[in-house]
Design a protein around this ligand. Sequence first.
Ligand SMILES: N[C@@H](CCC(=O)N[C@@H](CS)C(=O)NCC(=O)O)C(=O)O
Length: 227
Amino acid sequence: MGSKPSSPFRRSIVKLYDYFRSSAAYRVRIALNLKGIAPDERTFVHLRMGGQRAQDYLALNPQGLVPALALDDGSVLTQSLAIIEYLDEEYPSPPLLPAAAAERARVRAIALQIACEIHPLNNLRVLNYLIGTLGVTKEQKDGWYRYWIDVGFEALEKALTRDARTGRYCHGDTPTLTDVCLVPQIANARRFDIDMSPYPTLMRIDASLNELPAFAAAAPARQPDAE
Ligand SMILES: N[C@@H](CCC(=O)N[C@@H](CS)C(=O)NCC(=O)O)C(=O)O
């Protein structure tokens, strides 16, 4: 759908390694939808059944994490933010990063607040370690999950509320990398019944974003592997 090649090095996107409940994959699904790109194929890596630790998947991504994006030259991109920046560079329209460097820094900073400070603490392998190795109870594990979401969301709510550059979305009135990270993180929080009422700005932005077809179509419940 209309994205022009930005460089002679751009490769076709052959396959997205995906899982409906993976919020990192959800970020990439949103970015692909915003850019109007459909991978030729999608492979669903069942995280609850340990598909990410299967030898064939580890051969592609030794980290054993979803998502991964395979290109037609045989290369495999990993790490959702690196994948999204690749897409943004090679398929520049619509841009997911602002033109001005200081604004790009703001958008990246908020995206990293989510992707580096909130999400990794609540990843499946961390929760499994808490239960399986440290022997915490399910209640303690859920408490851990909620605690780190609240710490992260409190800071995010303040950062977004006090900054005049926050608009309909996290940065102005067009979706950016920040929004692509926010919606999946809020979906995760809701799945764990986190009380979102202390975060009215996050809720307002999330509601606006979910009205956009690119975000709505990427939702976990709309994926072919949804359970
Ligand atoms: N920083 C990575 C995180 C990827 C990641 O943690 N993916 C999760 C799903 S959201 C995963 O594959 N978890 C498997 C596990 O924890 O065993 C990214 O942004 O791509």
